[in-house]
Design a protein around this ligand. Structure first.
Ligand SMILES: *[C@@H]1O[C@H](CO)[C@@H](O)[C@H](O)[C@H]1NC(C)=O
Ligand SMILES: *[C@@H]1O[C@H](CO)[C@@H](O)[C@H](O)[C@H]1NC(C)=O
Length: 417
């Protein structure tokens, strides 16, 4: 009786990812998970005592905006000022270097001079994305497209002394997903069958080439992945046991039994400390993550969980994250339009999933209302700063940069102790 329930749970989590991504193509990384669910034993519920933290706040708390209190945004995001640390620091990201490493697309940057070099973080994008999303266009990366959450992750990693190495999945046409321990993505790889884990080998090659060449190979190495990239990151210890000192997994869970399988492969290196950042609005994913945490903790692995809740749109929110593309005037006008169209509730929370076409979708509303400068804005799914930010506010399934510093602090603590 238990196993079928878990199969159902994973299937439901994966279905939820698809639904929350309606309008983009995130379905592929999810196939195959049921197979792993069958291998499970003894499922129980709950995340026991993993340290938990919450970002954002869901509908029930008082809205600081109405109370004339502090803005719901962090200080780094500018609080009540239109400029954020991100919008003021974009020049620091102009050192992102695009490289074709033996046919593998990568973009990387070392921390600014004067900043103590602490570690290296490898970054795995989600489906429909790539390494070029994590830096703004610059002479050393003209291909870069710079999406706001990605940029903010990169910035805060660099400022804390982390070299950042982003690699693109092999599938550069179509899904752009990673190969997955779930068996989806570009080419299914079932590690029990020993076939070639191409994407992992490509990442290993980039790290083997770039880190020694740049004098970074003696630093601890961490990994961060979101969605399909999160599943990918959970496969890293299987391919490179002992190499990673910590894993950050966003909006994704592992196939259950992963740790068991890892140990069956006689890996003597311990599984690295693993942080899960997820959006509990996606209840199925939240349950899958809870199962993962339980399994890892029972296996003696350090875990942490950070919940990302919905947050309200504020008049300055978009310019704080998407400047210079979204200037202050546009940010305020956009807010007013969505408010007037009843797309936001009384306190600014999104009433609809921005990935759905409800009420013509937010793009339709902006067009209809004649937002000034609309033609300058990138609006296409997975390449649109505004779309990404609205997805984050809705907190269904999106990358979140707000938890970056928490993640790095936790990584550092996990390495030291
Ligand atoms: C960027 O990341 C930092 C560190 O995690 C966070 O405090 C901040 O809210 C994020 N967003 C912006 C726009 O600064
Ligand atoms: C792991 O080690 C055990 C004991 O040495 C051995 O019986 C087993 O075949 C090994 N498994 C693998 C996958 O190498």
């Amino acid at each position: 009786m238990r196993i079928p329930r878990l199969s159902f749970l994973i299937a439901a989590a994966m279905l939820a990812v698809f639904v929350l991504n309606f309008g983009s193509e995130h379905l592929r990384p999810v196939f195959g998970s049921i197979y792993y669910a069958r291998k499970l034993s003894k499922p129980t519920r709950g995340s026991s005592n993993a340290r938990r933290a919450v970002r954002g706040h869901f509908g029930t708390t008082d809205d600081e905006l109405l109370n004339d209190g502090s803005a719901p945004n962090s200080k780094a995001a500018g609080g009540i000022m239109p400029n954020s640390l991100l919008s003021k620091s974009l020049h620091l990201l102009s050192g992102g270097k695009y490289e074709d490493v033996e046919g593998v697309e990568a973009v990387w940057q070392a921390p600014p001079t004067g900043v103590l070099r602490r570690a290296v973080v490898f970054i795995a994008h989600g489906c429909n994305h790539g390494a070029i999303d994590w830096w703004p266009p610059s002479p050393s990366c003209p291909q870069c497209i710079g999406l706001p959450e990605e940029l903010n992750v990169t910035l805060h990693c660099l400022l804390r002394g982390y070299a950042v190495v982003a690699v693109s999945s092999a599938a550069r046409r179509g899904s752009r997903c990673w190969q997955s321990v779930f068996g989806g993505g570009s080419e299914p790889w079932d590690y029990s069958q020993g076939s070639s884990p191409v994407d992992w080998m490509r990442v290993r090659r980039v790290l083997d080439v770039v880190l020694p060449r740049e004098g970074l190979s003696s630093l601890p190495l961490f990994a961060l992945g979101a969605s399909s990239g999160g599943a990918f990151v959970l496969g890293l210890p299987l391919v490179m046991p002992g190499r990673f000192s910590g894993l950050g997994v966003q909006i994704m869970g592992a196939p259950l039994g992963l740790l068991q399988r890892y140990r069956m492969m006689n890996q003597s290196a311990p599984w690295p400390p693993t942080l899960f950042v997820h959006m509990p609005r996606d209840t199925n994913m939240a349950r899958l993550v809870a199962e993962n945490i339980r399994e890892l903790q029972e296996g003696g692995v350090r875990t942490r969980e950070i919940l990302v809740q919905p947050q309200p749109l504020t008049p300055l929110y978009l310019t704080q994250r998407c400047a210079p593309e979204v200037d202050e005037h546009t940010s305020r006008e956009l807010y007013d339009i969505l408010k007037a169209a009843d797309y936001l509730d009384a306190r600014g929370y999104l009433r609809f999933n921005p990935r759905s076409q409800h009420a013509g979708g937010w793009r339709g509303i902006l067009k209809e209302a004649g937002l000034a400068g609309l033609e300058r804005l990138r609006l296409q799914p997975d390449a649109s700063p505004i779309a990404e930010e609205l997805n984050l506010l809705y907190a269904g399934h999106e990358l979140c940069s707000e938890t970056t510093t928490d993640m790095l602090e936790w990584f550092e603590g996990a390495v030291v102790s």
